[in-house]
Design a protein around this ligand. Structure first.
Ligand code: GDP
Ligand code: MG
Length: 162
């Protein structure tokens, strides 16, 4: 079986957009309104000749109540099932209490966790990513899932971690 990457994070941070960027296709459903991504959809990805599975964990999105508990549950599942976990944060919003709670869980992970600062569409937004160090998950990787900025570097890092 090929290694698995799980993508976790709050609704609307751009998980599905980033998944599409990683797999190089538009199969994960991207929506402006949270609540439509189907539960834990797995996709095949290929980068530098290596195959891996990407899981877009968006199944909790319809449940707006108890969001924090739901994201925490996704993180727990990801830690059990995935070889590498991506925690995606919207850099234009910064870390919320939900991300602080989920980061606390992920810091216990035996598997590597990569912190992604998404929606860094241009250089100007790079400064916003520095505050994410406070999550205690190491260096934030700045990317724009929408435009592709930084995604090659992130994919190289994913392969190193897988
Ligand atoms: P998810 O709920 O975490 O899966 O988020 P989606 O991938 O569905 O994206 C939510 C919204 O954020 C959509 O309107 C996307 O177009 C937008 N979005 C995603 N990635 C980026 C990005 O890198 N830059 C900008 N500006 N918008 C983004
Ligand atoms: Mg989604």
């Amino acid at each position: 079986p090929q290694p698995t990457l799980a993508v976790v994070g709050r609704p609307n941070v751009g998980k599905s957009t980033l998944v599409n960027r990683i797999i190089g296709r538009r199969e994960a459903v991207v929506q402006d309104v949270p609540g439509v991504t189907r539960d834990r959809i797995a996709y095949d990805a290929l980068w530098n000749g290596r195959k891996f599975t990407v899981v877009d964990t968006g199944g909790w999105e319809p449940d707006a109540t108890g969001l924090q508990a739901a994201v925490a549950a996704q993180a727990e599942l990801a830690m059990e099932a995935a070889d590498v976990i991506l925690l995606v944060v919207d850099a234009t919003v910064g870390a919320t209490t939900t991300e602080e709670a989920v980061a606390k869980i992920l810091r216990r992970s035996k598997r590597p966790v990569l912190l992604v600062a998404n929606k860094v569409d241009d250089e100007r937004l790079m400064a916003e990513t520095a505050s994410l160090w406070s999550l205690g998950l190491g260096e934030p990787w700045p990317v724009s899932g929408l435009h592709g900025r930084g995604s090659g570097d992130l994919l190289d890092e994913i392969l190193r971690a897988l």
